[in-house]
Write a protein that binds this ligand. Structure first.
Ligand SMILES: Nc1ncnc2c1ncn2[C@@H]1O[C@H](COP(=O)(O)OP(=O)(O)O)[C@@H](O)[C@H]1O
Ligand SMILES: [Mg+2]
Length: 161
């Protein structure tokens, strides 16, 4: 796995900017894993990413905590998942969740526990609120070769700013 140096996101705007830099690099079958504690900013990042993928402002992008998966249409089909409430890989199978991700960009909150059952691929962002002070910290890494290529492009895109 390649991992970037932790990136400081001093403001919501900085978070949205990172999401906007990531969006054009994604194609169907890519997975974006969003990890971090409650309130770390996973859903906020997902909203910025989905907007940048072309989901119009008129469509709310909310936490899929209870529905587990929200389907969206941007320039590509998108699935936004929150697996916090999901029991185990058996439940994943029952709901046909892994299959439902085929041909879509998947944005998955709280997915690490079930990554083996879904697919060890894509890019992972671990968000963190610093103990004191505003903003967030994010650690970005590629899970597989494709994920590492995305991280590489993202690093290049963000350092051009
Ligand atoms: N870079 C940032 N700086 C300050 N606040 C942020 C930043 N990114 C996100 N937030 C705020 O943090 C909160 C995180 O909530 P949410 O995205 O629902 O967290 P999670 O999905 O991880 O539980 C939101 O209210 C959002 O406005
Ligand atoms: Mg959330």
């Amino acid at each position: 796995m390649i991992e970037l140096e932790p990136i400081v996101l001093p403001s919501r705007r900085a978070t949205r900017r990172l999401a906007a830099a990531l969006a054009p690099l994604l194609v169907p079958s890519d997975i974006v894993w969003l990890e971090g504690d409650l309130g770390a900013g996973k859903t906020f990042f997902a909203r910025g990413l989905l907007r940048a993928l072309g989901v119009p402002e008129s469509i709310p992008v909310t936490s899929p905590t209870f529905a587990i998966v929200h389907e969206h249409e941007g320039r590509v089909p998108i699935r936004h998942l929150d697996l916090y409430r999901l029991g185990d890989a058996g439940e994943l199978d029952e709901l046909g969740l892994a299959e439902a991700l085929e041909g879509t960009v998947a944005v998955i909150e709280w997915g690490r526990r079930l990554r083996g059952a879904i697919g060890e691929r894509g890019i992972e962002l671990v968000l963190e609120a610093p103990a004191s002070g505003p903003g967030r910290l994010v650690r970005v890494r590629g899970v597989d070769a494709r994920g590492r290529a995305i991280v590489d492009s993202l690093a290049r895109a963000t350092s051009l700013r």
